[in-house]
Write a protein that binds this ligand. Sequence first.
Ligand SMILES: [Zn+2]
Length: 259
Amino acid sequence: MPGHEVWMMSGRVPDSPLAARFLASPNRGERRGHARPNCLVLHYTGMPTGEAALDLLTEPASEVSAHYFIWEDGRIDQLVPESERAWHAGNAFWKGESDLNSASIGIEIVNPGHDGGSPPYPDRQIAATIALVRDCLSRWTIPPERVLAHSDVAPLRKRDPGEGFPWERLWRGGVGHWVPPAPLSGGELIRHEEEGPPVRALQAMLALYGYGLELTGVYDRHTRAVVTAFQRHFRPERVDGEADASTVATLKALIEALQ
Ligand SMILES: [Zn+2]
């Protein structure tokens, strides 16, 4: 990686003391409308190797980047200064904000993802993720419920970091928002294409929590994608886009926990 060494010699020091190296990505710019980050977006790299992902995130033609990059063994590299805008979220939405790149710190976690068979995230990598996210949250005073999955902010396009990402362990480590998922068994189910007040109520709760969707009152493709994203993050035992009683009860409990 000859290009990376040149950047390392620029002498730039990472913003987080937990990052070992600063390998500047050219894919960055000024934050627009946000002087400082107010949320974090977590990703998996979704490529066969970490080296290939790092090359992509630091090469000008790709036009993608992230602030931090976490290797399987827990080493952390920084690619973009936290004061600047990295290019990781794409077309996205959360709680009224559509320029997530300007609002967030983006963290890429090396894992080949769904297409690579979703191998488990190694313990050392998760420990490093917890430490880095805690560090960012405390330095920028970001509330725990603003640690998001890429799939939360772009449910129609993205699946990362996936239902195999251990959100519960992050929560036990003091990171993110989580309640124990309601049990799977029993209860009513809102069916695909169903219309009416229960569908609208579900959409309103998802929107209140932060997801981007319209209150159409129809259990349409978009609603199903948002429910799938919700399950990947908060009820990973079954990810099928069906609004079962467990999904709805878990969503209610999350909202109540915020109040
Ligand atoms: Zn992503």
